[in-house]
Ligand binder design. Sequence first.
Ligand SMILES: Cc1cc2nc3c(=O)[nH]c(=O)nc-3n(C[C@H](O)[C@H](O)[C@H](O)COP(=O)(O)O)c2cc1C
Length: 284
Amino acid sequence: MNKPMDMGNFSEGHGAAAIFERYRRDDSPKPPQWNAVLDLMLAHRSHRAYLPKKLPEGALETIIAAAQSASTSSNLQVWSVVAVEDQARKDRLADLAGGQQHIRDCAVFLVWVADLGRLEKLGQERGREAAALPFLELFLTGAIDAALAAQNAVNALESLGLGCCYIGAIRNKPEEVTKELNLPPKVFAVFGMTVGWPDPSANAGVKPRLGQAAVLHREQYAWGEAQREAVETLDAKFRDFQKEQGLPEQGWIRQVLSRVRGPDAMSGRHRLKDALRALGFDLS
Ligand SMILES: Cc1cc2nc3c(=O)[nH]c(=O)nc-3n(C[C@H](O)[C@H](O)[C@H](O)COP(=O)(O)O)c2cc1C
């Protein structure tokens, strides 16, 4: 049975401040108690600037043990991760993922893959049918498993003082990424993750989120005034955040609507279905 964590020095007041920082709203929730896990999770921020310093011995393997401790659908364990440390390979992957500098600069670039190839191989070796593997359901299972594992890894690496940033742009050019990482059929790079020692001078901030009225629905989904207010408030709070971070002050609404405006905003990912089919995912 899980035991509640030692409260240590983590007071509820400290917790309330951490939750306030996440929402920047006076009606932010007040925690019944606070602990190191909540403190770590609420302090999450993506890091895109790293010190030129390797991970300590055993850190990667510890992080992966945490990743493997996540739940996995039917215990299928249909995910894997490729850890890239070679500078030339990181550079090539950066080129394939929109030229993002932090992929070049991180200590290790993790590529999280939906891995149905392992079960396909097992089926072939054992002479057993694995006819469910080509279905969209199994692809989704692999993608979900990879995401759950990766987020456990995020919590683990942040608890070690490391920082990270997910890289969805690894899906910009799936065929080339597959070739670079020697991925077999039915193994797909769902997202990457830069990992390293955050550069403290970059001053990455805690990014405000939508108020809970937008995301927490009780009994039935509601698109009403409360959700609208949460969106409008985040727009203003996000503008403040952008100002603090020295970013263009465009607010949240404009930024997210620009991201979903159409195929031209998808950095090549609008052709994902074709790429997946070419890589052995039938998606029946
Ligand atoms: C699946 C996924 C893909 C992402 N892809 C990228 C990316 O390619 N480049 C990047 O700089 N950030 C990327 N991010 C980071 C998000 O922009 C970031 O998580 C979001 O803005 C919230 O900021 P925070 O993580 O600091 O709270 C990605 C995040 C997720 C979850």
